[in-house]
Design a protein around this ligand. Structure first.
Ligand SMILES: Cc1cc2nc3c(=O)[nH]c(=O)nc-3n(C[C@H](O)[C@H](O)[C@H](O)COP(=O)(O)OP(=O)(O)OC[C@H]3O[C@@H](n4cnc5c(N)ncnc54)[C@H](O)[C@@H]3O)c2cc1C
Length: 400
């Protein structure tokens, strides 16, 4: 066992960073979190939390708070963009809890972040600290911040997102690539769409060059939607972060009336561009490692980016907790070895879904629809490898 107290500095207080902070504290480490923003914020609307992540969050003591804030979707339903025909359906709850020991949840991102943050001691969260440099001193790591502060730690874990400063410091600068997709994101008060009689579940509509997803969040008071469309280029001159409802409706011209009625009922609509990076061959150098979008940003087409970051934290805590006290770098190497194949698989599947979901109508789309009708790729059996995985149990991680 590594001698304690063992000081871990975590950079970034997003869903990945803060959930890792809880996992590391539960394993007995002395954790401090450094966040550039002056306050905790999560932009955007909803997020799907698969049972693989919810199980970890429950173990961190967040069950009651999550159940209060989140929604338990009964199933997923994929439909054709134009006529609404069912392509595939699969049950989620209560089956996920029976099979995997935790439900599948849909939750507002701000609610999820505040549930996680609520379990972390506020005096250990240092807001307004933007890391600008770091150095491995052999027996400890140093980091310095834009506000002039400097810190020492035994290990530094960077969960500072897709544009990670620490990743650039370790492996070199490389701009993220525009992925050829933008999302229209909005929240709709449920009373405005009550007449649609929507299922308590996740619906996703797939069509040529785009797809549209909606589900309930915020104790069922809001419907979250994300509508994806493909574009060749992205630049700030042509796009603004806030889109008009009219622009979103134009992007989904000709789609099923339910899709269009949901967009039309939104209070506001935001537009968001998707960026991408290739998988990294390694995440750790000496006593420093990466976690979450900092090392494996992924298209959100498996609904797993944050869930994989939560898994990272559980595996990291288990590796450091059982590692050689004099060699934390070895524990970080083990963490990276265990996590890389799994997140790379999810990254690759998310990429493949971008193509599969957006096929133009024609033979390839018909073959896809026939395949989904024959063998659902959303069934609990098909997703057992994803949802049944125990990220904090090293034996299982090692043999998977
Ligand atoms: C439209 C959309 C839908 C999605 N849907 C899902 C879903 O359904 N399920 C799912 O699991 N995932 C989903 N994802 C992915 C998920 O949102 C991300 O993978 C996840 O939020 C990444 O968390 P993170 O903590 O690694 O990074 P971030 O959330 O990016 O957090 C990084 C933090 O680091 C801070 N920071 C940055 N630089 C510094 C610095 N130099 N010093 C100090 N602090 C710094 C930032 O301010 C921020 O707080 C979706 C993503 C999108 C865009």
């Amino acid at each position: 066992m590594i001698r304690r107290p063992f000081r871990i500095a975590l950079v970034g207080s997003g869903i990945g960073g803060l959930s890792a902070a809880l996992s590391l504290r539960q394993a007995g480490f002395d954790v401090q979190v450094y966040e550039q923003a002056p306050e905790l914020t999560e932009v955007g609307g909803g997020i799907n939390m698969g049972p693989n992540a919810v199980r970890i969050l429950y173990r961190l003591g967040l069950r009651d708070a999550l159940e209060r804030e989140a929604v338990r979707p009964l199933g997923t339903h994929q439909r054709r963009w134009q006529d609404g025909r069912t392509l595939q359906r699969a049950p989620l709850n209560p089956l996920c809890e029976q099979l995997y020991g935790a439900p599948h949840l849909t939750v507002h991102r701000a609610d999820l972040l505040s549930v996680i943050a609520g379990a972390f001691p506020p005096e250990r969260l240092h807001l307004g600290h933007r890391v600008v440099g770091l150095g491995d001193k052999g027996d400890h790591v140093e980091a310095w911040f834009d506000n002039g502060a400097r810190i020492n730690a035994d290990v530094l874990v960077a969960a500072d997102g897709i544009n990670s400063t620490v990743r650039a410091a370790l492996f070199g600068e490389e701009a993220a690539r525009f992925a050829g997709c933008v999302a229209y994101r909005g929240l709709v008060p449920v009373e405005r769409i009550a007449h649609l009689g929507l299922e308590i579940g996740t619906q996703s509509w797939v069509g040529p060059g785009g797809h549209f997803v909606h589900y309930f969040v915020s104790r069922g008071r809001l419907l979250n939607f994300v509508g994806w469309t493909e574009h060749d280029t992205w630049n700030r001159e042509d796009w603004t972060d806030r889109a008009t409802i009219a622009r979103a409706l134009a992007a989904f011209e000709g789609w099923h009336p339910q899709v269009r009625q949901i967009i039309a009922a939104a209070e506001t609509c935001f537009i968001w561009a998707l960026f991408d990076r290739d998988p990294l061959p390694r995440w750790s150098v000496g006593r420093t490692t990466l976690l979450g979008d900092a090392c494996h940003p992924m298209y959100p087409f498996m609904g797993q980016g944050a869930a994989q970051a939560i898994e990272d934290g559980a595996t990291l805590a288990a590796c450091l907790g059982t590692g050689n006290p004099d060699d934390p770098a070895e524990a970080l190497q083990r963490y990276e070895r265990l996590r890389l194949p799994r997140v790379t698989r999810v990254q690759e599947m998310s990429r493949a879904n971008k193509i599969r979901f957006h096929l133009p109508d024609g033979p390839a789309q018909q073959a896809r629809d026939a395949e989904w009708a024959r063998a659902s790729d959303r069934s609990p059996e098909a997703l057992r490898w994803l949802h049944g995985f125990e990220a904090g149990v090293l034996d299982q991680a090692e043999t998977s």
